[in-house]
Design a binder for this molecule. Sequence first.
Ligand SMILES: Nc1ncnc2c1ncn2[C@@H]1O[C@H](COP(=O)(O)OP(=O)(O)OP(=O)(O)O)[C@@H](O)[C@H]1O
Ligand SMILES: [Mg+2]
Length: 450
Amino acid sequence: MTMKPTVLIVDDDKMTINTLSVALEDDYSTLMATDGVEALNILKEKDVDIVLTDLDMPEMDGLELLEEMGRMENKIPLIVITGQGTIESAVQAMKSGAYDFVTKPVNLDRLGLLIEKALETKRLKEENVLLRKKIEESLPELKFIGRSAAIKKCEELALQVASTKATVLIEGESGTGKELITNIIHYNSPVAHGPFIKINCSAFSEGVLESELFGHEKGAFTGAVKTKKGRFELAHQGTLFLDEVGEMPASTQVKLLRFLQERTFERVGGTKTYRVDVRIISATNRDLAQMVKEGKFRQDLYYRLRVVRILVPPLRERKEDIDDLVHNFISKFSRLHGKPVTGITKDALGLIHAYHWPGNVRELMNCIESAVVMAKTDLIHVDDIPEYLADHTTQLDPENKDLGLLQELERKTIMETLDKTGGDKVKAARILGIGLRTLYRKIDKWKINT
Ligand SMILES: Nc1ncnc2c1ncn2[C@@H]1O[C@H](COP(=O)(O)OP(=O)(O)OP(=O)(O)O)[C@@H](O)[C@H]1O
Ligand SMILES: [Mg+2]
C-alpha cells in the first residue's frame, strides 16, 4: 500500500471540517484543527503534505497561520477556503504565498484537482533541490582554505580576474593548488557555463601537442585520417587551461604567442584562419623567469601569459594554513570513510607542522586521509600519521626554537643555492663554502629533492 499524502484541514466550523474530511479520506489521510494555533502544533509534530485553511478563525486566523508557516523550514503548500464575502483577503493570502483559494460552498472536484496540482509542484520542488545538490556535489571543490596573507591574496586575485577575460599565469610548486585556483576562476567567470577545457602540455610529444591544441586537417600527417578540432576551438566562449605550460616545446610556443596576440590560428595542415574567443589560464611549477633567462622559454610569450600572475607559495612558507587545512581534510575524509574522527592530538599536529611538505597541500591531504583511515579513536594520534613523515621530520628540540630556526635557515639556504646552480652540487658546495660530502649529508638529512 502506498502512503497517502496527509492533508491538514483548519476551520473553526466543525461542519466544514467534517464534510471535507469525509470527501477527502479515500485519497488522503486527514488531520483537523479548529484554529491556527492548533494547526501550528500539529505541523510541528506531524508530517503534513498540504494545508487547507479557512481565513476567519478565532485565536490565530488563516493569514497569520500562513505567515507562521512561511517561517518554517519545510515549505508546505496552503490552499485557502473562504466564504464569498472575503475574496479580498483570499487574494491577500495568495500574495503572501498561499498556493490558491476556493470559495464556499466548496466544489470538491475543483478542490481535489488543486490539491493534486499543489502536491505535484511540491514534489517537483523537492526533486529540484535534490538535483541541485547532486550537481553541486559533482562539481569540483571550489573552497580555497587558508588564512595566510599569501593565500588570501591568491584567492582575492582569482576572484578579481574571474570577471575579466585577462590571461592568467599561476606559478607554484607541485600540489600547491594551481588547478584549484583555475577552477575558482572559471566557475566564477561570466563563461562559467561555457566550455572548460584542460590540457597538460607535458603529456604529449611536440607534434601531437600542436594538433591537440590547434586541431588538424585530414591528411595533415600520417595518421590524420579525419579532420579534428583542437582544444582552442573546443574552448570557444569558455576557458582553456594550459597546465605545465613550461614544458611547451618552442614551435608550439610560437603558435601560442600568435594566438595571444591576434586571437587567431590555423589547424595543422590547414590554411583557413580561425578566430575564437577563449580565456587562457596557464600554470607551471617551473621557474619560468629563470627558463626565460636560460633561453628555454620565449620571453615575449612569458609576458603575454602573465598579464595577471598568481604566485602560490609552498605550504612550508605558510604554516599558519596547516591547521585549517588539517581540520577541513579531517571532516572531509571522516565523512567519506564513515569514521567518527573529529580532531587531532597536539603531538600529531606538531609532527605535521615540523615536516617540510615537498608535495604541499596534495601531500598533506593524502597524509590526513591515511591518518583518518588508520585512526582508532575520534582523534588522530602520532601513531596514525604515516611513518615516513615522522622519519623525515627534522628532530627539533621543542625547548629550543632558535635551533629550529637556524636549521630551517640552513635547509633553505642549501635549497636556494642548489636552485641557483641548477642542481649542480659541486658548484653549490663551493658557493656555500662546505665540502661536497657535507653537502650530500645535509641534502640527505633535510630530504631535499635534487
Ligand atoms: N588552499 C587549498 N584549500 C583546499 N584544498 C586545496 C588547497 N590547495 C590545494 N588543495 C587541494 O590539494 C590538491 C592539489 O591541488 P592542485 O591539483 O590544485 O595542485 P597543483 O598546484 O595543480 O599541483 P600540480 O602542480 O601537481 O599539478 C587538490 O585536491 C586541491 O583541491
Ligand atoms: Mg595541477
